[in-house]
Ligand binder design. Structure first.
Ligand code: NCD
Ligand code: ZN
Ligand code: ZN
Length: 410
């Protein structure tokens, strides 16, 4: 079956695109013969998003999310591939649990890979997974502090052993760099915390020191280190200064880019997330990191929890909120406003992730790449309405913010 999309705006040029069996077989000004022709009428086409940072929650936490709801949310948000994080019930830390996850993930409506959880205690179990050279494993995930789980690594020897294993199998290590002891120090200084103290308790110092530490280790060991949800100006500067000295990749999220503490008064615990939403100065630093190439990837950190859980008091409400359906629509609106170019957005949401995590057939609109595409009209705007989400988590700190409406062609 050959499908021809006519009159698409690709790289600012009007072009036609032929799709055969899910792959692009032609891009250009000719109109090759096809079984079906769709006129896109000058709408813009970009590659769908690859999201290396998603918490699907299937198996033990299906009240929060499962592969059906998560992958529906992904499709609706223009995300064509998700990497599922390991902090589930049961955690993805050995082959048995990975195989359980592989079974339920078959329900997914989008492509996927798995990030394997690694601690000081499960190196042998992770080796057992990697020995099979699995093509569905994207990276190893390491937490330096508890965050919706209590597995984290604190000592240098453990981290070095983890880095050795990741080097042996040439896999990036994705790191949540906040430091547990540092968070505990700040937490002990606040008697009755509210959401307004979240940014003080999970203090910027904890993220900055952790990021500095792993950058030093990356320089020493040569490992590919992917810093998850970078949230502060200091970390952006550290990464910028060291990028050419080591294999360091910088992920930011739409919420750390577009939101700051001013959202807390209206969003409350809906905006509770780790690392916390920071300040306007941090927003500006992240934008600067986008402009000068310091930032590699925008990942959603889609971290659904139930409405009932998020409605508890600050101390009891879990951190995280859904992001799959809002990322690309919000970011396209930033392009419309002139805050970044469309090319740069595509690098951040697709091309760089495909390079870093070695996905050879995604990240570009070109012959022999997958036809996982998103189409939109710059004039068709809307607003975030969480009650219309496909995710089970029907709330959002982005509620009411302007978006570009998108359609996925996959
Ligand atoms: C994530 C979750 O709920 O799984 N929560 C969050 O606040 N980001 C865990 C994480 O990514 O740190
Ligand atoms: Zn994290
Ligand atoms: Zn996360």
């Amino acid at each position: 079956m050959k499908k021809l999309y006519k009159n698409a705006l690709i790289d600012e040029k009007r072009q036609n695109l032929l799709v055969e069996n899910g792959y692009i077989s032609y891009v250009g000004e000719d109109a090759p013969q096809a079984d079906e022709v769709v006129d896109l009428g000058g709408k813009t086409l970009i590659p769908a998003m690859i999201d290396p940072h998603v918490h699907v929650r299937d198996l033990g936490q299906t009240e929060k999310e499962d592969w059906t709801s998560a992958s529906r949310a992904a499709r609706k948000g223009g995300v064509a591939m998700i990497f599922d994080m390991p902090n589930n019930k049961p955690p993805t830390v050995n082959l048995i649990n990975l195989n359980l996850k592989r079974e339920v993930a078959k329900k997914s409506l989008v492509r996927y890979k798995f990030n394997i959880g690694i601690t000081g205690y499960n190196l042998q179990s992770v080796r057992e997974i990697l020995q099979e050279n699995p093509s569905d494993v994207a990276a190893l995930k390491l937490f330096l502090a508890g965050s919706s789980n209590n597995e984290y690594v604190e000592n240098t020897d453990d981290i070095k052993r983890i880095f050795d294993l990741s080097r042996e199998y040439d896999l990036p290590v994705i790191i949540h760099t906040e430091l547990q002891k540092c968070i505990e120090k700040y937490a002990s200084q606040v008697a009755n915390p509210t959401i307004f103290e979240h940014n003080f308790i999970r203090n910027r110092e904890c993220a900055v020191r952790g990021t500095e530490w792993v950058i030093d280790l990356a320089k020493e060991t040569g490992n590919a280190v992917y810093i998850a949800h970078t949230s502060t100006a200091e970390e952006i500067e550290l990464i910028r200064r060291n990028k050419d000295k080591a294999r360091i990749y910088c992920e930011i999220t739409p919420h750390h880019l577009l939101l700051n503490e001013s959202v807390l008064a209206s969003a409350g615990n809906f905006a509770k997330v780790n690392p916390p939403i920071r300040t306007e100065a941090d927003n500006r630093a992240l934008w600067q990191g986008i402009a000068d190439g310091t930032v590699d990837v925008i990942g959603t950190d889609h971290a659904p929890h139930t409405l009932a859980e998020k409605s508890r008091d600050y101390a009891l409400a879990p951190s995280g909120f859904p992001g799959l359906e809002t990322a690309l629509p919000l970011l396209l609106n930033e392009v419309r406003k002139g805050n970044l170019t469309l090319n740069r957005l595509v690098e951040l949401t697709s091309t760089r992730a495909a390079e870093i995590f070695k996905i050879p057939d995604m990240g570009k609109i070109a012959t022999s790449y997958r036809a996982d595409l998103v189409v939109f009209d710059w004039n068709k705007t809307g607003v975030v309405r969480a009650k219309e989400f496909e995710t089970k988590a029907k709330y959002s700190p982005f509620e009411g913010m302007e978006i570009i409406k998108i359609t996925q062609l996959y």
